[in-house]
Design a protein around this ligand. Sequence first.
Ligand SMILES: O[C@H]1[C@H](O)[C@@H](O)[C@H](O)[C@@H](O)[C@H]1O
Ligand SMILES: [Fe+2]
Ligand SMILES: [Fe+2]
Length: 289
Amino acid sequence: MTMVVGDSKEMGLGGGFVVPNTNSFGQTFRDYDAASERQKSVEEFYRANHIHQTYDFVKKMREEYGKLDRVEMSIWECIELLNEFVDESDPDLDEPQIEHLLQTAEAIRKDYPDEDWLHLTGLIHDLGKVLLHPSFGQLPQWAVVGDTFPVGCAFDESNVHFKHFKENPDYDNPKYNTKLGVYSEGCGLENVLMSFGHDDYMYLVAKENNTTLPSAALFAIRYHSFYPLHKHGAYQYLLNKEDRENLKWLHIFNKYDLYSKSKVRIDVEEVKPYYLSLIEKYFPAKLKW
Ligand SMILES: O[C@H]1[C@H](O)[C@@H](O)[C@H](O)[C@@H](O)[C@H]1O
Ligand SMILES: [Fe+2]
Ligand SMILES: [Fe+2]
């Protein structure tokens, strides 16, 4: 039995995943106001993100990137491409993305050893960040990372750095700035346009390449950055019954996505054979991106 020294919350029994009290900068997770070396640049990131993610922008990007006509590569090749990127929206992590993917997957594996689909979901959930790469047009960070939110209806105040939405052209547009905007009560998230980024893009890649992952996996990939919903319970009026079901797995998934972020590196070569076997089980050898 492993005992981890710390207060009661940090104590882990039996080798399961232990939720740390603080991130690797000594702060609580997702504290966007804490004075840290990353605070200013993260806020700058959200300012640009909130200004530029409009209804029209999202529509255009979805059409363009939904074609999947840019690159052909395997899941593992994509993982390796992510080695060079650090996410500018993240107050908790400044390691290359490949570390975060493996940390998430391995943390899930500790607590859910039999749910191999969830391990793979952890491994691939952020692969959409490949949009930052030159072969994808080197999109700016504000169009790829950060929390997501619906466009086409009023922005909820639970969004991180909400005040910067006031500079978004949709903020004053009566078509888009009411509670429901262009949507109807209970219409289902599938019918809602979310701010464009790595979540929705990776969902499209997985679906269009005919993954055999279950729908809870696709939902987790697609909405894992939708913190206003899964952390704050905002935007409930857009959900349908299926969304509420899938949300249960997203809550589980989020614990590992967020709290596995650390400076402790995973030995890539050691775990690679296991993940290659999962990729082979759920994906074709080459995918369209
Ligand atoms: O900074 C993080 C990071 O970009 C994650 O990949 C995303 O899923 C989170 O929602 C975001 O806040
Ligand atoms: Fe993400
Ligand atoms: Fe993540």
